[in-house]
Design a protein around this ligand. Structure first.
Ligand SMILES: [Zn+2]
Length: 558
């Protein structure tokens, strides 16, 4: 019986043999698995808080610091995995326990380095524990931030030292010791203290709560109250000027704070007027800005941009578009500042709702990409939004699936941007009901507010709320590189259309909705003939179909 089943699975291509699985795994190292999985040295403790202190030495390109990790014990465990990348080293680890009866207990902790990670041996019974880790070294220097990241040691155009970090993909462990996996965020937020070189300003996530100019050149302390992705925790150090504003939004008064290089102050005051309409659009579609307590900030960065939570990196040179270019090649992308729009959208998609595994980064990028379409539509109408979305299709590669391999710290295809955004566009047009579409986007943001999630949770939510089973649509667009092709014949009787999908996964059943009459045709791989009204038949053109759906049209046989 088992043999028959195996044969059927092999013939239908659904079965991956143990040898194939081994091959898959062999492509990744032990270090990849240790970084990318919630293994036994990580799953027994839950990060509550990071309290980081860092002092950079600009001349030597070195840093020294302390990271105190407060945590909850979830189950029995003694070995704690701490990630800190190779060019840095841990000098000392101490355990602090806040005892219920008699104050604090301080214990020196033994640690070793193995397969690129530090393993700390802790006592088996712990009371309100935190580990204080002292470290130092020469952090990896960024090669081409933010894509090839690390610590950025540069100068502004007046020759003043300018520093920051870009750590998405590379991981926060490139500059401080932490549990470097997205599934565990510090539930009570972070504190980041920076000792900048003389006369420079230091900015970080959230709000400044302490400043002591005389100490070591000017100690600055910042804190974040909300959970935060570790790759979002970023210091900026430079000759900065500050200006502030407020925005009246769904959560009340939101503080807007802008930090820019002193000589860019006037340009910034003009360009950053785009922030308020952006927030207005996103609160309409996605719900309340997720970090009112920590404020909204744009900070000029020595790289193009990054969604650093309540601390967005801005490096778009105060010009519209993506570094002055339009990713959609339609002209619409030059009407607004790509970095303000895209990175701000990540406050909802990525920072509030975070994927547990970076294989599921489409949850961040596909929705942030679609936010660009929604913003174009917000400013210039639905047709403009549609054109922008369709225009970005030229950038889709279909090189590999959008969802990457799980458990090995690997992302999927860069198609998570444009193709993922276009998949959301398809779903919107299948629903053919913008108030429901909006309800789903807002519902995702309340249901998974400040949480880490899996793709399945997002898929299940959309399926349930829409009352449409989109599973095959998700499978096709997120898990394969095939673009579904619609084959259609407008029949001679001029009243019917015959439709079927090809180049698709088994059971693919993406419906086609006709906007004006809301008729929804469930198309499958089998040819089916649908009777349409004259108005519906008139709508049924390749142009209209391609405006609303990312797909190919195989053949129009009149
Ligand atoms: Zn992004």
């Amino acid at each position: 019986m088992k043999k028959v089943l195996l044969l059927i699975l092999c013939l239908t291509g659904y079965y991956t043999s143990p040898a194939q699985l081994m091959q898959e795994r062999e492509r990744y190292t032990k270090a990849d698995t240790l970084r990318g999985s919630d293994n036994e040295n990580r799953d027994w403790w839950d990060v509550l808080k990071y309290d980081i202190m860092v002092k950079p030495d600009y001349e030597q390109k070195t840093i020294e610091g302390t990271c105190t990790i407060g945590f909850n014990v979830l189950k029995e465990g003694e070995t704690m995995q701490i990630d800190l990348q190779d060019s840095l080293m841990i000098d000392k680890v101490e355990l602090f326990e806040h005892l219920k009866t008699k104050g604090y207990r301080r214990t020196q902790i033994h640690f070793i380095k193995n397969d690129g990670v530090y393993l700390l041996t802790l006592p088996s019974k712990l009371e309100n524990p935190s580990v204080e880790i002292k470290y130092h070294g020469k952090p990896r220097e960024a090669v081409n931030p933010p894509w090839d990241g690390g610590w950025v040691w540069t100068k502004d155009s007046l020759g003043n030292p300018w520093m920051s970090v870009a750590s998405q993909g590379l991981g926060a462990s490139c500059w401080f010791p932490c549990k470097d996996i997205q599934s565990d965020e510090p539930d009570s937020g972070i504190r980041l203290s920076i000792i900048p070189p003389d006369s420079l300003k230091a900015i970080a996530n959230g709000r400044e709560y302490f400043s002591y100019e005389k100490y070591g050149g000017g100690l600055k302390k910042w804190k974040v109250k909300n959970p935060i992705n570790s790759y979002d925790i970023i210091p900026y150090i430079g000759k900065y000027a500050n200006f502030n504003d407020t925005y009246k939004g769904e959560g009340g008064k939101l503080d807007l704070s802008y930090w820019v290089l002193t000589y860019n102050l006037e340009k910034a005051k003009k360009q950053f007027t785009q922030v308020k309409p952006t927030l207005q659009c996103f609160e309409y579609w996605f719900g309340k800005y997720p970090f009112y307590e920590d404020s909204y900030k744009l900070v000029e960065a020595p790289y193009l941009g990054m969604e650093n939570q309540s601390n967005v990196a801005y490096g778009n040179k105060y010009i519209n578009g993506y570094h002055g270019t339009d990713l959609s090649a339609t002209g619409w992308g030059l009407k607004w500042d790509f970095i303000i729009v895209h990175e701000s959208a990540h406050e909802w998609w990525g920072n509030s709702i975070t994927s547990k595994d970076i294989a599921d980064m489409w949850i961040h990028e596909s929705f942030a990409n679609y936010a660009e379409t929604l913003y174009t539509e917000w400013l210039f109408g639905k047709e403009a939004g549609n054109e922008y979305c369709v225009g970005t299709r030229k950038r889709i590669l279909n090189d590999k699936p959008i969802i990457g391999p799980y458990g090995v710290n690997k992302e999927g295809s860069g198609d998570m941007y444009y193709k993922g955004g276009n998949m959301i566009h398809n779903i919107r047009h299948i629903l053919n009901n913008d108030s429901l579409f909006r309800k789903i986007l807002r519902g995702l943001n309340t249901t998974f507010y400040h949480q880490t999630v899996t793709t399945k949770q997002i898929e299940d939510y959309i399926n349930k709320q829409s009352n449409i089973d989109f599973q095959k649509v998700f499978d096709q667009y997120l898990r394969t590189t095939q673009i579904p092709k619609l084959q259609f014949t407008l029949n001679k009787d001029k009243q019917t259309v015959t439709l079927n999908w090809t180049n698709c996964i088994a059971g693919f059943d993406m419906p086609i909705s006709i906007p004006s009459t809301s008729k929804r045709l469930t198309v499958t791989a089998e040819e089916q003939t649908f009777t349409l009204t004259e108005e519906e038949l008139n709508w049924f053109t390749a142009k209209n179909l391609l405006n609303n759906y990312y797909m190919e049209i195989l053949d129009i046989r009149y």
